[in-house]
Every structure is written in C-alpha cells, then in structure tokens.
Design a protein around this ligand. Structure first.
Ligand SMILES: C[S@@+](CC[C@H](N)C(=O)[O-])C[C@H]1O[C@@H](n2cnc3c(N)ncnc32)[C@H](O)[C@@H]1O
Length: 284
C-alpha cells in the first residue's frame, strides 16, 4: 500500500505553490475545464440537468470554485488539510459556496457516508489522487469508487501524469541524473514509480496503459470515451509564453491545442492526460 501520509505532508507544506500552479499551468487548466464543460453540455443535450459534482483530490479548489460559480453543487475532498483550508478561503473570496469540504483519502471514500452516495454525482473529478498511488489495485479501487458514485449517463474524469513529463523536465534541468541514478531510472521507465525522494511519492503513466486500467475497474457500465492531452503538443513547459500573451492569443492557442488533443501521437507530448469515462447502462 502507498503511504499516503507522505503525500498529505507534501501538499500540506506546498499549499501555496499548488494554488498558483494552475495559473502557471494555465493551458492544462483551460483544456481540462473545457473537457469538463463539454461533458456537462453533452448531458444537458441528452435532457439531463447536471448539478452534483464530486471533486476528489480537488486541492485548493481551482476547479471546484469555477464549477460552483456556474451553479454546481460541489463536494470537495482532499487528503491535505491545509489545501482544504485554502480552498475554503478561496471560495469565500470568490463569493461562492462549496456544498461540502471533506478531508479524506480517496482510497477510503467508500467508508465515508458524507461522500459515498451511490449513483449520486453527475460529474466525478479525480485529478490528483492517481498521480500518487503506486499499486494498480489502489488505482483500480479508487476508480471503482468513482464509478459507483456516478449517476447513469454521468462522467468520471480522471487525470494522470505521464512518465515523459518527468523525463522531459529532468532532461531540461538535470540531465546528468539519468547517469548518476541509472539504477533508479532503469526501473522507473518500466514501472513509473517515482519513489526517489523521501518527501513525496508518485506514479507516472504511459498513455497506452490507460484504457487497460479502466478495463480492470470491471464496471461494465463505465466506458472510456476519450483520452485527452491536457497540454496537447505543448507539454514540457512549452506553453509558458502563450499564457502571457493576452486573453485573445491564449484562447486561440487553447483551441488549436484542443483540435489535436486526442490524437494518439500527441498524448506522449503532454504532461497530463485526462480520461473521460461515461457511466451508462449497457443497452442491449
Ligand atoms: C497536483 S494536485 C491537483 C489538484 C487539483 N485537482 C488540480 O487538478 O489542480 C493533487 C491533489 O491530489 C490530492 N491527493 C493526493 N493523493 C490523494 C489521496 N489519496 N486522496 C485524496 N486526495 C489526494 C493532493 O492533496 C492534491 O491536492
């Protein structure tokens, strides 16, 4: 089992950094939000009135507050107490109310009746916990819980960090580490276990494994619709300048990135991937 207390400690100590992360990583935020809004739009076009959102691993509330502004009832859950405290302050400052803010480990939500309500949420976001769970059984179990609490015709939207993200970052900053820590990286490229630091633990993916992971959830009603590259072809910090280029230029780039964000060859160029899975009763 992953020692998630290390993960909680890390986020408790890096709360402010996390809160500003989605400003510096504005492309990831803009693309991910568009994907979430497209799911909501699809539900509406099918006649539903989506209202309930679970943001599991929602941190300081960047997505939660944005969705609350749009009138959604958002339950925000995270393992980091100080991130949730900041989320509460951020919601108040943004003049919105989050339905509930709950401290919990994503692996344990089944035992928490405040969170775990079968077929209750229209949208379940899981953009964080899966970055840190080493064992496949843990990742599958979290996704199974996400599926169980999602309404029929609702969506589970789960995020992952790619191995290429870490390798690109290392190539730019500390290339010699590949040689200095050769034994670690020989296994990392296969298992994706980022365990070289004592103060955090990570799990990084190859895009090609994601559909198989969702298959192991063994929820016949949970069907992967899309795998999306959140930074598109501009992973590895290549979006830094467009974020500072003004709203109009930025929005044009977001659209360009969105146009190819699901192309298979683009997935490896991105740092984060979103899997969009729909919970729909199998029709025979
Ligand atoms: C990189 S942040 C992402 C925050 C936000 N969802 C976003 O996309 O910007 C990862 C978040 O996942 C949370 N997290 C990590 N492991 C978790 C777990 N086992 N249960 C609940 N939250 C967890 C962290 O505390 C942190 O807030």
């Amino acid at each position: 089992m992953t020692d998630t207390s290390i993960v909680a400690d890390w986020y408790n100590k890096n709360t402010d950094l996390e809160h500003t992360r989605l400003i510096s990583c504005g492309l990831e935020f803009a693309v991910s939000l568009q994907i979430i809004l497209q799911c909501i739009d699809q539900m509406r076009r099918a006649g539903a009135e989506p209202r309930e959102v679970l943001d599991l691993g929602g941190g300081t509330g960047r997505y939660a507050v944005e969705l609350a502004k749009l009138g959604f009832s958002v339950t925000l859950v995270d393992i980091s107490r100080s991130e949730l405290e900041l989320a509460a302050a951020y919601a108040a400052e943004s003049k919105v109310q989050l339905h509930k803010i709950i401290l919990e480990d994503a692996r344990l939500i089944r035992g928490n009746s405040e969170i775990f309500r079968e077929s209750h949420y229209d949208i379940v976001l899981c953009q964080g916990p899966l970055y840190h769970l080493l064992k496949e059984t843990e990742r599958v179990e979290v996704l199974r819980s996400c599926a169980a609490v999602t309404k029929n015709d609702g969506y589970v939207i789960a995020a992952f960090v790619t191995k290429f993200a870490h390798l690109r970052n290392m190539a730019c900053r500390v290339p010699a580490r590949l040689v200095q820590e050769a034994a670690f990286y020989e296994t990392y490229v296969h298992d994706g276990w980022y365990t070289r630091r004592p103060d955090n633990v990570g799990y990084h993916v190859d895009a090609k494994e994601l559909r198989g992971l969702f298959g192991k959830v063994r929820d016949p009603d949970l069907l992967v619709e899309r795998v999306v590259a959140c930074e598109g072809f501009l992973g590895g910090g290549l979006s830094a300048t467009i974020i500072r280029s003004g709203k109009h230029v930025f929005e044009k780039w977001v659209q360009l990135v969105m146009d190819s964000a699901e192309h298979e060859e683009v997935l490896g160029a991105s740092d984060h991937l979103l899997v969009v899975a729909k919970r729909g009763r199998l029709r025979v």
